[in-house]
Design a protein around this ligand. Structure first.
Ligand SMILES: Cc1cc2nc3c(=O)[nH]c(=O)nc-3n(C[C@H](O)[C@H](O)[C@H](O)COP(=O)(O)OP(=O)(O)OC[C@H]3O[C@@H](n4cnc5c(N)ncnc54)[C@H](O)[C@@H]3O)c2cc1C
Length: 346
């Protein structure tokens, strides 16, 4: 089939690679010019899952790993502190990984596509992999995004662990994610745009060297609130249809899981009608990400000061049980006690 893929981020790169190696014709469109293209992200994800996806795409994930986490330190309101044991959370060279996925693909850099003018009829399918922008699918009423930005910094030699500061009311958090050779990402997502922790970080590390400042908002609304997933021959994959895990703003693995669903449906369609079964894709996405809606409700209730751990116990249990089932996919320990302590502390 003839595909246009819009957006060379995680979803677009992985799908481009996999569809091309399955014999499809791919043209990719990316808004940024080649020299400015940069994956805006803190590059942290579970190595178990990235090994799995890399293997499928013919890459050796070990070559991309920057930092293997042992624990994550969390500062919480009222001078509380919590530690999470890490089981596979790493930072990796996301830019190089995506570049290598795309090595055989024809990419039209500097093409800002939009729903009004893109010539969709020239392709069998157009994949909206534009992440937060959702540039080709229709807008939705229930979109919820959180502003975020970060710095790529160098010359930081004395923090060897993942470090976050959780804001009161779960309204966002600050992060430091170590890379290698004294580099790391310092950033924050904050609904109130105060970004506590960033200025304090630079005061504490006056020798930190700023290499890059980057940012864009993150979509927290889950798939259930981001329909439609398709419109005529345009199909959304990844953050464009709300696959980010709302509690953490974590979107790399969920985007890849969404790609996996897309590829499975393509494979099944080949045996039957030779057309992509959009409804099967929709149902599978809703099923896979069903509990993200509960997690989203927890976050919104917490942000509005309305979360009650007794009244909303079922939501908390749903989040815990579903996360526990997928512990490897998160790359850190999932414990109900810690989760409850965190929710109470924020
Ligand atoms: C500051 C920040 C830090 C983050 N840190 C992490 C993290 O550490 N771990 C994690 O798991 N998740 C993180 N996330 C979330 C994660 O990066 C995203 O959810 C994930 O990258 C989404 O993948 P995607 O392929 O759907 O979209 P993206 O990776 O966002 O890719 C979208 C692509 O589409 C292009 N594009 C956009 N509009 C157009 C257009 N009109 N025409 C053509 N091209 C277009 C963009 O330039 C981009 O290349 C972070 C997000 C932010 C903003």
């Amino acid at each position: 089939m003839k595909f246009a893929i819009i957006g060379a981020g995680v979803a677009g790169s992985y799908l481009g690679n996999m569809l091309y190696s399955n014999g499809h014709e791919i043209t990719m469109f990316e808004a940024f010019k080649k020299e400015n293209h940069w994956p805006v992200c803190a590059w942290g994800a579970s190595k178990h899952m990235l090994e799995h996806f890399s293997k499928k795409a013919g890459l050796d994930f070990n070559q991309y790993v920057h930092h293997v986490g042992k624990r994550l330190r969390m500062e919480l309101p009222n001078d509380k502190e919590e530690f999470l044991e890490l089981h596979g959370l790493v930072t990796y060279d996301k830019k190089q990984w995506e570049t290598d996925l795309l090595k055989d693909i024809n990419i039209k850099y500097g093409s800002v596509c939009n729903r009004e003018t893109f010539p969709s009829d020239k392709y069998d399918y157009v994949l909206d992999c534009t992440g937060f922008h959702r540039a080709l699918l229709p807008k939705t009423k229930n979109d919820f995004i959180i502003p975020a930005y970060e710095y790529l910094v160098g010359n930081i030699h004395d923090i060897e662990e993942f470090y976050v500061i959780g804001y009161k009311g779960a309204r966002g958090y600050f992060w430091y994610f170590p890379l290698s050779n004294g580099m790391g990402f310092v950033g924050a997502g904050d609904i109130d745009k105060k970004y506590y922790g960033i200025k304090e970080f630079f005061n504490r590390y006056p020798n930190a060297k700023i290499i890059k400042k980057i940012g864009r908002p993150i979509r927290l609304s889950p798939p259930k609130l981001m329909e439609p997933f398709y419109n005529n021959n345009i199909i959304g994959v990844g953050e464009s249809i709300g696959t980010v895990f709302p509690m953490l703003g974590e979107g790399i693995i969920p985007s890849l899981l969404c790609c996996e669903i897309f590829l499975k449906v393509i494979e099944q369609s080949k045996d039957s009608t030779d057309k992509f079964d959009k409804e099967a894709y929709r149902k599978n996405v809703l099923e896979k990400f069903h509990y993200y809606h509960d997690v989203y409700k927890i976050i919104r209730l917490k942000m509005d000061g309305k979360l009650n751990t007794v009244r909303h116990f079922n939501l908390l249990v749903s989040m815990y049980k579903n996360m526990k089932k997928e512990e490897k996919r998160f790359g850190f320990e999932i414990s109900f006690d810690k989760m409850r302590r965190l929710v109470n502390a924020l």
